[in-house]
Write a protein that binds this ligand. Structure first.
Ligand code: 5GP
Ligand code: MG
Ligand code: MG
Length: 190
């Protein structure tokens, strides 16, 4: 057996929410739709670091059309754990997006503030079109409207890790999506 599974970190995991098989099945379905939709257009996939890297890797390899890939690192500051919508670019794209057809690949949409900002920014830079694929969404947490075109799974308002998503930079290489035990993030010094 290779890879990090729930069994390897079971002391810290409460339960699995989306299995590796479910993730792959959904990504393959969406890749088929996107391959058809962009058959006659050059597509640029933009992933927000670091959480979307696993989704981008699996998704891009499931596409049957050639695409370009680029990355952006963003941070949103706010009071406490809530993102404010004030987004700062930590690392920018290396691509000039003018006239490009872009599909943003995201791990999870929570308040929607980061994505709403990114869509506007890419349009401001002159992208020909900007669409979104989000592997996970927490509908109950949405604060701003974001037009997600390709939906993965809706999940409840719980903090999840795995398949790119971290808690304090841990669990990104877990092969499925899972809910942490509360004591892990409440921590010893909480
Ligand atoms: P938004 O701007 O939509 O509120 O923030 C979305 C970002 O917050 C995601 O891209 C992700 O980095 C982070 N995030 C939101 N919910 C979760 C979660 O349940 N687990 C983890 N690990 N990150 C999350
Ligand atoms: Mg993200
Ligand atoms: Mg994180």
């Amino acid at each position: 057996m290779v890879g990090m599974r729930i069994a390897d970190v079971q002391d810290e995991i409460d339960h699995e929410l989306v299995s590796k098989e479910q993730i792959e099945r959904k990504i393959n379905e969406i890749a088929a739709l996107v391959s058809e939709e962009y058959r006659d257009r050059d597509l640029l996939l933009v992933a927000v670091l670091k959480g979307a890297v696993n989704t981008l890797a699996t998704f891009s390899q499931a596409l049957s059309i050639p695409v370009q890939l680029d990355f952006m690192s963003l941070s949103s500051y706010g009071s406490g754990t809530v993102s404010s919508g004030t987004v700062t670019i930590r690392q920018d794209l290396s691509t000039d997006v003018r006239g490009r057809h872009i599909l943003i690949v995201e791990d999870i949409v929570d308040s929607g503030r980061t994505l709403a900002w990114l869509v506007e920014e890419l349009k401001r830079r002159g992208a020909a079109s900007v669409e979104i694929f989000a592997l996970l969404e927490k509908p109950s947490r949405r604060e701003v409207e974001v037009d997600v075109k390709y939906h993965g799974y809706e999940i409840p308002d719980e903090f999840v890790v795995g398949f790119g998503l971290d808690y304090n930079e841990r669990f990104r290489n877990l092969d499925s999506i899972a809910v942490l035990k509360p004591e892990v993030y409440q921590g010893v010094n909480a």
